[in-house]
Design a protein around this ligand. Structure first.
Ligand code: ZN
Length: 246
């Protein structure tokens, strides 16, 4: 089975379209690690795609915030502004869909899916030390997560934790063979708002038969996404950062 793994779409339709165009025909089922909405100007079309096409979806913190499940006090002013705008913009159908999304971890096939960490959907697993703790909670050798918007993740290898580096700028594809002796926490990166210095939309393909994860990056129409953010009256910094991948 080949899985398309996306995360942190953040209502960026241009990025999602580029991911789907590049990956077309290359996967059997789609998985989403949360944060469908928030920040971007197309929450309904992005949510529609996930609702109709993704086989497994966990919620993210922005999905909770944008459907009134969270106290927005915890958000910075920019994220709060975007969450309130999204709350008013989401259709009833999509609001209902997001409200029903489960918290991770979910078990799929031979892997797990969660937004932040296996024990806290809101935890940012950024450093190897945090990943070391998270690995002890995994029930499978391979897990997919998001939340940090940084493509890569971590390998647990004979009780050492190594960081997987993101796809280099000169290529759009980086394979990772799954060693059955190791454990993996794989972050496909953010499709809709990358923060690892690479503005290209990020995602991954997991081929369970070939035992291979392929990290991917794809250029998309950043200017169109920015224009929509401005037209919606969302904070301009949300448009600016897309060009930087920060
Ligand atoms: Zn996010």
């Amino acid at each position: 089975m080949r899985y398309l793994i996306v995360s942190d779409l953040h209502a960026n339709l241009e990025a999602l379209r580029a991911v789907l165009a590049q990956s077309a025909g290359g996967y059997d089922r789609a998985i989403c690690c949360g944060d469908l909405v928030g920040y971007g100007a197309d929450p309904n079309p992005v949510c529609d795609w996930v609702r109709l096409n993704a086989a497994v979806v966990v919620r993210g913190n922005h999905d909770r915030a944008s459907t009134g499940q969270d106290d927005l006090e915890w958000f910075n002013p920019v994220a709060r502004n975007a969450a309130m705008w999204t709350l008013q913009t989401l259709s009833r159908e999509n609001t209902g869909y997001i409200l029903g999304l489960p918290r991770g971890p979910l078990s799929v096939d031979t892997f797990q899916v969660f937004h932040g960490s296996p024990y806290d959907e809101d935890e940012y697993v950024i450093a190897a030390g945090e990943a070391g703790q998270a690995f002890s909670y995994l029930e499978t050798r391979v897990a997919f997560f998001g939340h940090t918007h940084v493509q890569g993740g971590f390998i647990w290898n004979q009780s050492r934790v190594e960081t997987i580096l993101r796809t280099p700028a000169h290529t759009d594809s980086q394979p990772l063979l799954i060693d059955p002796q190791c454990a993996y926490m794989i972050n496909p990166g953010s499709a809709g708002q990358p923060r690892d210095g690479d503005p290209r939309a990020a995602y991954a393909i997991y081929d369970t038969e070939a035992k291979e994860v392929t990290y991917r990056r794809v250029l998309y129409d950043v200017a169109a996404a920015q224009q929509k953010i401005h037209a919606a009256g969302l904070p301009p910094i949300l448009a600016d950062r897309l060009a930087l991948g920060r």
